[in-house]
Design a protein around this ligand. Sequence first.
Ligand code: GLA
Length: 425
Amino acid sequence: MKSGRGRQWRGCLLALRFLFLFFWGVPGARALDNGLARTPTMGWLHWERFLCNLDCQAEPESCISEHLFMQMAELMVSDGWKDAGYEYLCIDDCWMAPERDPEGRLQADPQRFPGGIRRLADYVHSKGLKLGIYADVGNKTCAGYPGSFGHYDIDAQTFADWGVDLLKFDGCHCDSVKHLIEGYQYMSLALNRTGRSIVYSCEWPLYMWPFHKPNYTKIRTYCNHWRNSADIYDSWESIKSILAWTSSNQEKIVDVAGPGGWNDPDMLVIGNFGLSWNQQVTQMALWAIMAAPLIMSNDLRHISPQAKSLLQNKDVIAINQDPLGKQGYLLRKESSIEVWERPLSNLSWAVAVMNLQEIGGPCYYTIAVASLGRGIACNPACLITQLLPEKRKLGFYTWTSSIKTRVNPTGTVLLQLGGTSKTTS
Ligand code: GLA
């Protein structure tokens, strides 16, 4: 029989866990007050997969044109992407004509976007999706198209008039750090002044780092997400270097993230050519732990069922989109094993065990349950479910027990402690 004192003690513990998470859960910095990106943005962006392909004659299916975006919009709806949460269909660089129009407005390349952006936005909206566009704070975009410097108000208004829902604002060709900082802030206010809800995706810290440490508290008050590290490539090297950058800077960046403002480690490249299955699992698991925007860059017309099911995994997306909005962090590194964890709502935790060893077979790694979730995740006991690489209920664990994981080289095991995962029942 349970003693009254035991019950009291457990009640106390529970109250402490609530208090701890309540105070810890209060975001330190005020977010951009546009009501958007309360959870990380989800969508599709053309850059990593399609770059600046202008040759519609030779490559009509992969050049940057309205045809490409209309096809992607259709597939986002018909193939379950929209239902999984991927909502923003985003255009990157190279959509513009080389010159502004006679009124000084940006215009789309007339050959590749004969209907203009307004018509494309209408089409995208008719599918229940949102449209993202790209511009640059400096004199030119990274690919050399007209920059927004000196035109912030008119560009913000043009995007709003077209019905754009997200702006990715790049930082190439800016002549000074002062202009970079002021430009990013000005554009945020200009977008707000249009009265249209436009998610503001910045690259401000990435372009600041070479000069001085970015002021993240300030960045958060102007941007909905911000890129910190170099452009992602379709390679394991690239994934590793983004994760290494993130963990080595986690003291500076993790606490700034929260509803309304997120660190952006760049696009998901799952479904392309460069990552093995285990590496794709690692990207999906770690992007969920990092509360990263889930913006795919792949070809939805040609994607394997395996990559599709990984990208549409409800349990993993639920972790990424967790309403508590706390970014996870690297908890421990032991030779080639990294353990990352992220607090979730309902007193639940996500834990990722990643194996960076690129020689040999799977690595067996045992973790004491008490060392996870700041000692409170599984106290006095919890249900543990493995979500990746495949879903498996591992059962009940007590605080004094340990979990044994088997992690493939360059792969990750993603676990959920406590709570109920979306499809557990
Ligand atoms: C920069 C950005 C990329 C992409 C290209 C386009 O490199 O970081 O994400 O937008 O410009 O030119």
